[in-house]
Design a binder for this molecule. Structure first.
Ligand SMILES: NC(=O)c1ccc[n+]([C@@H]2O[C@H](COP(=O)([O-])OP(=O)(O)OC[C@H]3O[C@@H](n4cnc5c(N)ncnc54)[C@H](OP(=O)(O)O)[C@@H]3O)[C@@H](O)[C@H]2O)c1
Length: 308
């Protein structure tokens, strides 16, 4: 009999890829969508073979019914407290009531178990939900993938192709930072969802690279020199983030305000994977740093050519 995997957040960037990989691995896929979810995205999922269940997270009976017969619930929801703590708790309770044995929460980030409360607001919400999860009668597995590889294309201080700089924090020039592509994270998570022997945490990285290594590689791939910049200590960065946060109270209601993006950068330099579970499933091909940088360089060249 087919395993049925329930996906919450199936219309999202990671969610739509996850559904595709689950189907490829022979799973039955049921997607939870909301009345307000984009209809075009729902149609795409339906046409690919995903069963659609439209339900409000407030509708306890509807959620329990959606969870019936499911072997694993995977949440790939994105949001603040009302999503990560409230909606995920509603979904979790329904899964427990329906007798679902396993739950994968929407973590998909740097290993926040290595970070202190207050260091990253969005990770603190995940920790809060983790407490709910661990006191529930269900087996949980979190996937930690570091940063999505695509963040390197945004000219963040770590790799700024406009300023031609690579920023690091004092003593961290050789610190290995974890990156995984969206596609690889989805492919791995699909396998984990179908594997009922997973441990509490799975750690993956398509590639791990330090600022020094990044400078050498970007120089080769872009054919230009990137300057390595010591931006001071992580403690100084943390104090600066706190100052920006205090001055921008509106950001408390935004998912990715500027100070939250800085907290992600801080987290990349404060936590990393010491062991990887990449080889847990055979047949996965991980996107390399070379491919990632080559794509960024190609886009940059195309934009320059188009006069952007
Ligand atoms: N490690 C990294 O670098 C990195 C970067 C980005 C994201 N992430 C993480 O990856 C995971 C997936 O993110 P994503 O980028 O794929 O997100 P996304 O594309 O924004 O998709 C989010 C999904 O959540 C659903 N959703 C949003 N608000 C909701 C609500 N109030 N109630 C119910 N559903 C709601 C959306 O459904 P509707 O279509 O109905 O709105 C959508 O399907 C998240 O945990 C996110 O934090 C990690």
């Amino acid at each position: 009999m087919k395993n049925i995997i329930l996906v919450a957040g199936a219309t999202g960037d990671l969610g739509s890829r996850l559904c595709k990989h689950l189907l490829k691995n022979g799973a039955g896929v049921r997607a939870l969508v909301r009345a307000e979810t984009n209809q075009e995205k729902i149609n795409e999922l339906r046409e690919s073979g995903v069963e659609i269940v439209t339900v409000s997270f407030e509708d306890e009976a509807g959620l329990v019914s959606a969870c019936k017969g499911v072997s694993c619930v995977v949440s790939v929801l994105a949001g603040l407290r009302e999503v990560i703590v409230t909606a995920q708790s509603q979904l979790l309770q329904a899964a427990v009531q329906a007798g679902v044995p396993r739950f994968i929460p929407s973590d998909f980030c740097t290993d926040f178990t290595q970070l202190q409360a207050g260091e990253n607001r969005n990770f603190d919400l995940r920790k809060e939900f983790q407490f709910v999860l661990e006191t529930s009668d269900i087996r949980a597995t979190s996937v930690f993938n570091g940063a999505f590889a695509y963040v390197l294309q945004y000219d963040i201080p770590l790799l700024d192709t406009k300023a031609m700089t690579i920023t690091y924090y004092s003593g961290k020039a050789d610190w290995q930072i974890d990156f995984t592509s969206l596609e690889d994270t989805a492919a791995f998570t699909a396998r984990a969802a179908l594997d009922n022997t997973t441990p509490r945490f799975l750690r993956i990285a398509g590639f791990q690279i330090s600022p020094i290594e990044l400078a050498a590689l970007t120089g080769r791939i872009f054919g230009e020199h990137f300057e390595l910049k010591d931006q001071g200590t992580l403690e100084q960065f943390s104090a600066y983030i706190q100052k920006v946060r205090t001055e921008n109270p509106a950001g408390e209601n935004q998912l990715y305000p500027q100070w939250q993006q800085m907290q992600y950068l801080y987290s990349m330099f404060a936590a990393h994977h010491l062991t990887l579970d990449n080889n847990r499933y055979p047949g996965l091909n991980w996107q390399t740093v070379e491919t990632t940088l080559q794509e960024i360089n190609n886009n940059k060249t195309a934009q320059n050519g188009a006069g952007i």
